[in-house]
Design a protein around this ligand. Structure first.
Ligand SMILES: [Zn+2]
Ligand SMILES: [Zn+2]
Length: 165
């Protein structure tokens, strides 16, 4: 993706940094550019790879700190899909409200939309007077490719029966 597409987002991030009294550095902009330029749910390892491919030499610590700032600026959302690491996606994507499918075999994250969830929120509000702000729906399982390739859902209980008690 070209800089012209991500430019407005980079400028928003720059404005946030200045408001916080933080310098707008090339490294911070490069990390933001990598996040905004990807329609994906990136791990820190993914980001490190993207940046290296672009010829940027940015350490993990700087990537972590910049992601922290991006999350606090609310331009980027942090996800914990229970994989043992966080993933990041920018909140200005084509689908601002979407849910996630997480493949247990290959780690792919697939987005889908669910108008039913909005209905549930509306119903809960009407019935319980609760004002919803956000929700989280993740379905973990096997993506089509992994399922068709013969992957099977892990059965933790069978391989480790003592822990199922
Ligand atoms: Zn898969
Ligand atoms: Zn997403």
């Amino acid at each position: 993706m070209s800089t012209s597409v991500t430019g407005p987002f980079i400028r928003l991030f720059g404005r946030y940094l200045r408001e916080q009294g933080l310098p707008v550095t090339h490294q911070r902009e490069a990390v933001a550019e990598a996040v905004f330029g990807a329609h994906a749910h990136l791990s820190v390892d993914d980001l490190e790879r993207v940046l290296r491919e672009r010829g940027e030499r940015i350490g993990k610590a700087t990537i972590y700190r910049t992601l922290d700032l991006l999350v606090r600026s609310r331009l980027v959302e942090e996800h914990d899909f229970g994989e043992g690491f966080k993933r990041y996606e920018h909140r200005l994507s084509r689908q601002p409200i979407h849910e996630h499918l997480v493949c247990l075999e290959c780690g792919r994250v697939i987005e889908f939309r669910s108008p039913e969830i909005a209905e549930v929120e509306g119903r809960v509000r009407a019935q319980l007077g609760f004002v919803p702000a956000r929700h989280r729906l993740e379905i973990h399982g096997l993506c089509r490719e992994c399922h068709e390739a013969g992957a099977e859902l892990p059965h933790d209980g069978l391989t480790c029966p003592i822990e199922t008690v």
